[in-house]
Design a protein around this ligand. Sequence first.
Ligand code: MG
Length: 186
Amino acid sequence: MLKKNAKLETQNSKLAVRVGYGFDSHEFRPGIPLKIGGIKIPHDLGLGGHSDGDVLLHAITDALLGAVAAPDIGALFPPSDPKWKDADSVIFLREALKRVGEAGYAIANMDASLILAAPKIDPHTGVIRLRLAELLGITGNRVGLKAKTPEGLNSENAALAHVVVLLEGIQKKSSPRRSTLRKRAP
Ligand code: MG
C-alpha cells in the first residue's frame, strides 16, 4: 500500500492543463455574519463553521488543491486546530494559490454553482465575481457564478457550493542557446 502511494507521488509529470473540482456545504445559523465569496451579504443568518464559514471560498480552495493533487482544505487547516477559529477563508485560498504557482500552473478560468434557498444571490453576483477575480488574479470574464435554489433537495437551512477550475501550465522562457553548443572554428 505504502509503495503504491510512493509511486503516486513520483508520477507527477507536467501536464499542459489540469482540472480541479471542489464541493462544500455549511449550515445557516443565527447571530453570525454571512460571507460568500469573500463578500459580506446582508441576511439574518450566517454560515456556521470553524472559520468564517465562506462556503464558496472553501470549494474554490479545494478545487485548486485538487487540481495539483495537494492535500485538501481539511487536511491543511484542520477544524480541530484553534488557530483557524473564525479565520478569514482568504488565508486558505492564498495557500492553495501558492501551491498552484509552485506546481507551475496558472488559473485559466473557474466556474461555480451556489445552491441556497435564501438570500437571493443575484443582486450580489457582480461584486462576488469581481472579488473572486481579484483574489484569483484573473479577469472577471474568467469567473463564472450561478446561484440556484435547492429544488427537492430539502436543504433549505444550508448553502452548498460546487466549483471547477482549469489550470494551464506556465511556459518557462526558453534559455538562450549557449555558445558552447556552437561548433568551434578550427
Ligand atoms: Mg467549509
